[in-house]
Write a protein that binds this ligand. Structure first.
Ligand SMILES: [Zn+2]
Length: 346
């Protein structure tokens, strides 16, 4: 069916036009009227570079994967969702019979189809069809804009889960972009007593410091080692989340870790980086990586609904659907105080 959508035609060229999109409703699917969609760093990267690693845009592709909306139709086998329900959607659909899915690590299914990862169309269009199993009801007190933040928040939630945070831990988050911020929020919700967050952007750090017991460290001015020692009585952070993707984070990474601490690598460096193995060994550091997330959307929504996580301060810029291309051009060169750009589809 032809629908209006924000289409990446090829590297550097966006248009808001009609495009033929699949619209058949399967028995286990729901049809959703899209309300709000967040612009992700990956969308912007495809726009600017036409590829991320092995994923190359070879044909026009609808962008967007951080979405909320309202169910308008439910397939005949759907239980638990009905027209009128406010929802947000998990954008990666695995093959349910794959080995990874059966093991519960469905995010690692090599066959996963993820919105706006070529060649799969995204959700910047007024209506989508999505499996009900990957569609989650929003608590009444959570807005569509907040619900469209669940997708990036899920990355922080998955990282905090992987870090096995214990009550009272102190975390260091490297990088105060959108993912660093949601990781700090997730670490606090998981039981950290405080978070130290580092960046080179004073306005982002100032925003982060308003989100909770979060100590900002401006790397262009302050000494990160001293800040972490001050926050931990000299012992080092229990958990380090690398959320900058900058290779400059790596040379001194383990200096900031306590003995037997955990490191979770979230940011994706543009090329291979060296790791000081011995510095990790003498602390018996546990190093984990994450790729997207699994089994956290319902938990993220529950934390928003209970008020334990507030993402509203991170939604800094909102554009109408008709101004979608402007939204992307802004996201390519955001003011430093901007964190998340969203597009209001309806
Ligand atoms: Zn995203």
């Amino acid at each position: 069916m032809n629908s209006r959508a924000l289409v990446l035609e090829r590297k550097g060229v966006l248009s808001l036009r009609d495009i033929d999109l699949p619209s058949d409703l399967g028995p286990a699917d729901v049809r959703i009227a899209i309300r709000q969609v967040g612009v992700c760093g990956s969308d912007v990267h495809y726009y600017q570079h036409g590829a991320i690693g092995p994923f190359v845009v070879r044909a026009p592709m609808v962008l967007g994967h951080e979405a909320s909306g309202v169910v308008v139709e439910a397939g005949r086998d759907v239980r638990g969702l009905k027209p009128g329900d406010r929802v947000c959607m998990e954008p990666g659909i695995p093959d349910p019979r794959s080995r990874a899915s059966r093991l519960g690590i469905y995010n690692l299914d090599p066959a996963v189809r993820f919105w706006a990862t070529p060649p799969v169309h995204g959700c910047l269009t007024p209506s989508v069809v999505h499996p009900a199993d990957f569609t989650f009801k929003i608590p009444d007190n959570v807005s569509f804009a907040e619900a469209a933040m669940v997708e990036p928040l899920a990355v922080g939630m998955h990282a905090a889960t992987r870090a096995a945070i214990r009550p009272g831990d102190v975390a260091l988050v490297i990088g105060a972009g959108a993912i660093g911020m949601v990781t700090a929020l997730s670490a606090l919700a998981a039981g950290c007593s405080r978070v130290v967050i580092s960046d080179v952007q004073p306005l982002k750090l100032a925003l982060a410091a308003r989100l909770g017991p979060i100590a900002p460290v401006d790397l262009s001015r302050d000494d990160l080692g001293r800040a972490v020692r001050d926050a931990t009585d000299g012992r080092g952070a229990d958990v380090i989340f690398e959320a900058s993707g900058s290779e400059r984070a790596y040379p001194c990474l383990f200096d900031h870790l306590c003995p037997a601490g955990r490191v979770v690598l979230i940011g994706m460096p543009g090329r291979p980086v060296a790791i000081d193995v011995v510095a990790a060994q003498v602390k018996e550091a546990r190093i984990d990586t994450i790729f997207r997330y699994a089994h956290v959307f319902d938990r993220a929504l529950a934390l928003m609904g209970s008020g334990k996580i507030d993402v509203k301060p991170l939604i800094t810029d909102t554009y109408a659907f008709a101004d979608g291309i402007r939204a992307f051009d802004y996201a390519c060169s955001m003011r430093p105080e901007s964190v998340k750009v969203q597009i209001s589809v309806s």
